[in-house]
Design a protein around this ligand. Structure first.
Ligand code: AGP
Length: 610
């Protein structure tokens, strides 16, 4: 949520900043702004614009920036104050010498603002961020670093900050609590950014700023301190990401590209983790004995990751016989879950920066639970505070709607469930081998689904006019129905509800008429007949039925208006297959309706505020 970039070096800052900022647009896109120091005059120059970054670029074309080799910029996802020019970052102090960009929420901003107002400061915006600029001004006595250090000690909440001061045009200051921030190390140039892809074409050397750290960055020097001003040592990591992984590579949208990457992601995962008679999860951080001793599992996650976790619950209970409780992180953190030393808490998060999931984990850790996270972003906050990390290695996911991260999370959960089943001896080696063999086939089945994408596209387009969709699934595909509905609503803005099909008669059936479309997940399963009964109930009330069924199912055509087939596989693995057509239905409907697929309204990729 919100993207920050900063540059200090010998090159012109603006082209570097704007290019990097565009790579962070997935984090928020309601307004953006840039500030550079005009070193000739000298003067602090700010340009801000409502809407996407392209509007800022247009503004700067008509109102060019003077040359400068230092600057900061920001793309916003509004929390406090409307998305408009005034509330866009950077924010400045009364003198206009100090500018601030911020990601996160300053929770005590009202109290600080009232105190600053009493001291005569003038505020222009409704944001929480502006207090930071004025507070730095209040503490400033000629040393900007000291002023920022005093400021951050007074702030409560989450923040990643980038700060410039006109009096010190050779220094960029960064600070972090909660929200992520990295420092990129170049040759005679350094960067700050909310995420690695922003600066990848300039450097692969990065420092992950830790909680409670403050950095003083010059073009050829980086120093890091704690909030008491004590210098701390730091490590420079070399990232292995390639620049082309963060480009569309000819696809019209990142979402479509990421949908097509799924066979590759799972091929790599299974090649690495599936051994002849065992599952290898190197980074789990727990011994087989510790895994065996676990008597209870809690899964915490948000959104799509939560749906993956729901599939995980079915799998682990079935294969390993361990009771699994699952909560959305925002609920878990505010109730009193019963957690003991033999509880394993599994946190699932693509970004590893989701504020609610991080808070939930901290709660669980304090109660003595072991934490294993399933995470996509290497080095993320979640990865760092977990006892073990199972990386999904799906590569950067830029589309706001999660696709490849979801199926990669499912992949890891299948592997984990098999490993736990073997450790607890509830799954025989023979059955484990059969399941592993079937898992290895999934990528080639994906390729077949993708080959037939035009059928899905046609069916999606034919049904794109419906004003409301229901998604029904049963058992292990109940979470698939929830995920299908989430995907559709977030990118097409069509109201969509996911339900356990057995629940239909308990309320949602009232919605059914000729104006509703119902997507029924009816793969080959022990509950297939029950789903057919649900379909009949829908048809007899004139609802349109789009069924997702298993290849070779000749019966389904008699019941459904449209059928999308997926290849036959082990019944337990069907959530992996259902995911693809559901993602594609959402994608093609959204495209048909002219929606901004990669950057849907009101959303942001990583939700770093509560
Ligand atoms: C998925 O399409 C969503 N955009 C969203 O629900 C997401 O899965 C959720 O915010 C959790 O994010 P995380 O996996 O990065 O923690």
């Amino acid at each position: 949520m919100c993207g920050i970039v900063g540059y200090i070096g010998e090159k012109q800052a603006y082209p570097i900043l704007i290019d990097a900022l565009k790579r962070l647009e997935y984090r928020g896109y309601d307004s953006s702004g840039v500030s550079i120091i005009d070193q000739q005059k000298p003067e602090m120059v700010i340009r801000k614009s409502q809407g996407k970054i392209i509007h800022l670029e247009e503004l700067i074309k008509s109102h060019p920036l003077p040359p400068s080799t230092i600057g900061i910029c920001h793309t916003r996802w509004a929390t406090h104050g409307m998305p408009n020019n005034v509330n866009a970052h950077p924010h400045k102090d009364c003198s206009g010498k100090i500018v601030v960009v911020h990601n996160g929420i300053i929770e005590n901003y009202e109290e600080l603002k009232n105190a600053l107002l009493k001291k005569g400061h003038t505020f222009l915006s409704q944001t929480d961020t502006e207090v930071v600029a004025h507070l730095v001004e209040e503490h400033y006595q000629g040393d900007i670093f000291k002023a920022v250090q005093k400021t951050v000690k007074q702030l409560k909440g989450a923040f990643a900050l980038g700060i410039l001061c006109l009096d010190d045009p050779k220094t960029l200051i960064a600070a972090r609590v909660g929200s992520p921030l990295i420092i990129g190390i170049g040759k005679n140039e350094n960067f700050i950014a909310s995420d690695v892809p922003a600066i990848l074409q300039h450097t692969k050397k990065v420092i992950y700023l830790k909680e409670g750290e403050l950095a003083k960055i010059q073009k050829d020097k980086v120093q890091i301190f704690d909030f008491n001003g004590k210098a701390v040592s730091f490590k420079v990591d070399k990232v292995t990401l390639k620049v082309d992984t963060v480009q569309k590579q000819g696809y019209p949208h990142f979402m479509l590209k990421e949908i097509h990457e799924q066979p590759h992601v799972l091929t790599q995962m299974f090649r690495h983790c599936l051994k002849p008679k065992a599952v290898s999860l190197d980074e789990i951080g727990l011994s087989d004995k510790q895994l065996k001793d676990m008597t209870q599992i809690f899964i915490v996650a948000c959104g799509t990751a939560y749906h993956a976790g729901m599939v995980g619950k079915y799998l682990i209970e079935l294969l390993a016989g361990i009771p699994v409780a699952i909560d959305v992180s925002s609920e878990f953190r505010y109730r009193t879950p019963i957690i003991g030393k033999k509880t394993l808490v599994l946190a699932i998060s693509q970004s590893g920066e989701t504020a609610d999931t991080l808070a939930a984990i901290k709660e669980a850790k304090a109660k003595g639970a072991k934490i294993v996270s399933i995470c996509n972003v290497v080095g993320s906050s979640l990865a760092r505070i977990s006892d073990g990390v199972l990386y999904t290695h799906a590569g950067p996911e830029i589309g706001v709607a999660s696709t490849k991260a979801y199926t990669a999370q499912l992949g890891v959960l299948y592997l984990l469930a098999i490993k736990l089943g073997l450790a607890h001896k509830t799954l025989s080696p023979k059955n484990a081998s059969l399941l592993m063999k079937d898992l290895k086939q999934i990528p080639s089945l994906y390729a077949r689904i993708l080959k037939d994408k035009h059928t899905i596209e046609r069916i999606a387009e034919q049904n794109a006019h419906f004003g409301c969709f229901l998604f029904l699934g049963r058992n292990i595909n109940y979470p698939s129905a929830l995920e299908g509905a989430l995907k559709l609503k977030e990118i097409s803005y069509i109201p969509a509800e996911g339900y356990a099909a057995g629940e239909m008669k308990h309320g949602p059936i009232a919605l059914i008429d000729e104006y509703r479309a119902v997507i029924c997940l009816a793969p080959e399963s022990d509950l297939y007949e029950k789903m057919i009964s649900n379909i009949q109930e829908i048809r007899s009330r004139k609802g349109k039925v789009i069924a997702l069924a298993t290849e070779g199912d000749a019966i389904i055509h008699a019941h459904a208006d449209h059928v999308i087939y997926v290849p036959k596989t082990n019944k337990l693995l069907t959530p992996l297959l259902m995911a693809l057509p559901l993602q594609m239905i959402a994608y093609y409907i959204a495209v048909k309706r002219g929606c901004d697929v990669d950057q849907p309204r009101n959303l942001a990729k990583s939700v770093t505020v509560e």
